[in-house]
Design a binder for this molecule. Structure first.
Ligand code: AMP
Ligand code: TRP
Length: 326
């Protein structure tokens, strides 16, 4: 069973990234050796600062390890360290159609936020398909917002196989039962996001405990008084999901525990649960971040493992597509 996922090094990582994605990567180490890719080539598709990219690539590696990824039990690497991704993306760009890419919701959203809309932003999902398909991936753990990209990846794999013969594994998307879409605390109709959400409504994984408490205590809820999930109670439901993930308690158990309690007490407890969840990650992150040489070493080992895994697939793709190769 091959598990692969990617995460962008730009933008701070927030509680939604942790709950929807990172937590799944860590858990998947129990069943398989997941391949986790820091997708720096994807990050240059929108306006960015080169110095920040360099910094945030190392920071994200530290954050992922601090969150529980163990370099001995997974393949953790940086996308640009394995040139197969860029090559695979070019080959696959001839197997994806303009019309398919034009329907991608993430492209529509992100292009609205950009003054300069790069061709790379448009073909972003083709690079993502190459990431996934080069590793003969069976399962892709992601948050709900990435489902459409993984479905496109499946279509691309099937089309490649029917044109050139059975070559690529068609992957499945895996989203967590709880928390596949964590909502912004201030606007609980939108997903929590560094670019599209509100600053106050986004808990960053590296926020100080007091900042976390403040953000959660001021979360927007509803005019009712019941700690329950349901229609019109998106804010409370979101907090129940967050608490459930942080404490391991089922949502039903949380609802009955808070029967008759006010929103104030509930929010204070959610805040403490999140502080407890993130504080050890933050502490480990700080230690790791102080050792850039060690991070570089771990990423070099990861890149080597990644190249060994993707190389044979890329070679077969070239061959099936008719390239003259020695
Ligand atoms: P990104 O930081 O955009 O590379 O996203 C990394 C991962 O986090 C992807 O698998 C996303 O689906 C997931 N993700 C992003 N935002 C949320 C959210 N609000 N709730 C749950 N998962 C999310
Ligand atoms: N597009 C994904 C995101 O924004 C990141 C990503 C790139 C990815 N390549 C991937 C996710 C491959 C899963 C598999 O979150």
């Amino acid at each position: 069973m091959r598990i692969f996922s990617g995460i962008q090094p730009t933008g701070e990582k927030h509680l939604g990234n942790y709950i929807g994605a990172i937590r799944q990567y860590v858990a998947s180490q129990e069943e398989a050796e997941p391949v986790i890719c820091i997708v720096d080539l994807h990050s240059i598709t929108v306006a960015y600062d080169p110095e920040d990219l360099r910094e945030s690539t190392l920071s994200l590696a530290a954050l992922l390890i601090a969150s529980g990824l163990e370099p001995d039990r997974c393949t953790l690497f940086v996308q640009s360290h394995n040139p197969d991704h860029a090559q695979g993306a070019w080959l696959l760009s001839t197997v994806a159609s303009f019309g398919e890419l034009r329907r991608m919701v993430q492209f529509k959203d992100k292009s609205e936020q950009q003054e300069f809309i790069s061709v790379g932003l448009f073909t972003y999902p083709v690079l993502q398909a190459a990431d996934i398909l080069l590793y003969q991936t069976d399962a892709v753990p992601v948050g709900e917002d990435q489902r459409q990209h993984v479905e496109l990846t499946r279509d691309i794999a099937e089309r490649f196989n029917s044109r050139y013969g059975e070559t690529l594994v068609v992957p499945k998307v895996v989203t967590p039962k709880l928390g596949a879409k964590i909502l912004d605390l201030q606007e609980p109709t939108k997903k929590m996001s560094t670019t599209g959400g509100t600053a106050q409504g986004t808990v960053q994984m590296l926020d100080e405990p007091d900042v976390i408490r403040k953000k959660i205590k001021s979360a927007v809820t509803d005019s009712g008084r019941e700690v329950r999930r349901g229609e019109g109670k998106e804010g409370i439901e979101n907090l129940i999901s967050i608490m459930s993930v942080a404490t391991g308690e089922e949502p039903e158990a949380i609802e009955s525990r808070y029967e008759g309690a006010g929103y104030g007490d509930f929010k204070a407890d959610v805040a403490e649960a999140v502080v407890e969840l993130l504080a050890p990650i933050r502490a480990r992150y700080r230690e790791l971040r102080d050792e850039p040489a060690e991070l570089h070493r771990l990423l070099a080992v990861g890149a080597e493992k990644a190249r060994a895994a993707s190389g044979p697939t890329l070679a077969t793709m070239y061959e099936r597509m008719g390239f003259a190769r020695p």
